[in-house]
Design a protein around this ligand. Structure first.
Ligand SMILES: NC(=O)c1ccc[n+]([C@@H]2O[C@H](COP(=O)([O-])OP(=O)(O)OC[C@H]3O[C@@H](n4cnc5c(N)ncnc54)[C@H](O)[C@@H]3O)[C@@H](O)[C@H]2O)c1
Length: 358
């Protein structure tokens, strides 16, 4: 393809400038950022200036109507993922949409239907699987080294890590707290390694006993306790149609030893593994040979400079090569449907069904 892919950005705040635009900027031969949109014109202009982008919009519909883009990143708060994504797909534009795909499964289904009908790529921005540990573990598992993975313990736990920027503590704009915001990363990572089994039911519990408390400190800086409308801690148990089970823990605030845990533990019939998405020696593997137990630390984990850039590169390459979405909308729908069931279960006190049909 001789013509460069024309890229637009919808929502040009933190993640757009820090990750998406930096990612596209690494591929000047394949794509060109031609338009930036943000309801806040100052932020749009700032992003355009930083990355030398020609067109600035405050209304994404105008950007789509002008026909200036072939693909967009949607990097708005969660409440504003659905409409730009569907409108872009309907305009024949490929979409890389930030995580979580939507506020809930109903919205995610609409987005998946729009992708199916348009034939364009809908990729969910879940970068952890592009990390070095993600690549190593996926290939290790695919070679059969772990046997059947029947249980995983996924943890995205911050000790005092309430985001004070953006709208992350506003349930109305985000759909939830740590579960939907950071739990989404470790759950996606875990399910990716397990081959994305189909969830059938889930039970969970959320609490908001610390995030509203003005007496407690926050490592990320001050925030308005009165605006804290999300949970601060969530747990869940998710059952899958292949018999596997995943337990999930996620917090913005919790009294624990470490500041920030982003880790999954996999239990397979041939081996188990403890996998962190970042840090030194992120993987430990536990296995047995000739009745001897072994703990192993792989030392040649692929080096990935930025998983965010890798996901953007995968998006552009999938479009140019006419391939499937590297992180399909269905994965985002599955995650949203699990979160819906966990939030509902916390209210009803019962195990809830997870419906991912669309
Ligand atoms: N993948 C990751 O690791 C990661 C990290 C951070 C944030 N995120 C996700 O990225 C999204 C944005 O988060 P952020 O930290 O960049 O927030 P942010 O507040 O820094 O940026 C969001 C921007 O969207 C703009 N916006 C809001 N509604 C809009 C609309 N209708 N049209 C155009 N622009 C609009 C806002 O003015 C703001 O500038 C969220 O969904 C969040 O979950 C992902």
């Amino acid at each position: 393809m001789s013509k460069k892919l024309r890229i637009g950005i919808i929502g040009s705040g933190g993640i757009a400038q820090g990750c998406h635009m930096r990612g596209y900027a690494t591929m000047p031969d394949l794509c060109e950022m031609v338009a930036v949109c943000d309801v806040n014109e100052k932020i749009a202009q700032e992003a355009a200036d930083k990355f030398s982008v020609g067109k600035v919009y405050t209304d994404y519909k105008q950007m789509l109507a002008d026909g200036v883009v072939d693909a967009v990143s949607v990097a708005t708060p969660n409440k504003f993922h659905k409409d730009p994504t569907i409108d872009a797909l309907k305009a024949g534009v490929h979409v890389l949409c930030e995580k979580p795909l939507a506020m809930n499964a109903a919205e995610a289904k609409e987005m998946c239907v729009a992708a199916r009908e348009s034939g364009k790529i809908l990729q969910v921005a879940l970068q952890s699987r592009f990390s070095g540990p993600g690549r190593f573990m996926k290939s290790y598992i695919e070679q059969g080294n772990m046997g059947d993975i029947y249980f995983a313990r996924a943890q995205a736990l911050r000790r005092r890590g309430v985001p004070h920027w953006g709208v992350f503590i506003d349930k109305e704009k985000q759909g939830g707290g740590p579960l939907i915001d950071i739990g989404v990363h470790i759950l996606d990572f875990t399910l990716f390694l397990m081959g994305y089994p189909k969830p059938v039911s889930a039970s969970g519990k959320t609490w908001d006993m610390m995030g509203k408390n003005p007496e407690l400190t926050n490592n990320f800086g001050e925030y308005d306790r009165a605006k804290f409308t999300v949970e601060d801690f969530a747990v869940g148990l998710i059952k899958f149609d292949n018999g596997a089970v995943v337990s999930l823990e996620s917090s913005f605030m919790a009294n624990q030893q470490e500041n920030d845990i982003m880790k999954t533990q996999l239990f397979g019939t041939k081996a188990g593994a403890s996998v962190r998405i970042w840090g030194d020696d992120p993987i430990e593997i536990y296995t047995e040979k000739d009745k001897q137990l072994f703990d192993m630390k792989p030392k040649n984990i692929p080096h990935v400079e930025s998983a965010h850039t890798a996901e953007v590169v995968a998006f552009v390459n999938a479009i140019l090569d006419g391939k499937e979405s590297p992180v399909p909308g269905l994965n985002g729908l599955i995650l949203n449907a699990i979160f819906d069931a966990l939030y509902k279960s916390s209210e009803t006190g019962r195990e809830e069904l997870v419906d991912v049909s669309f």
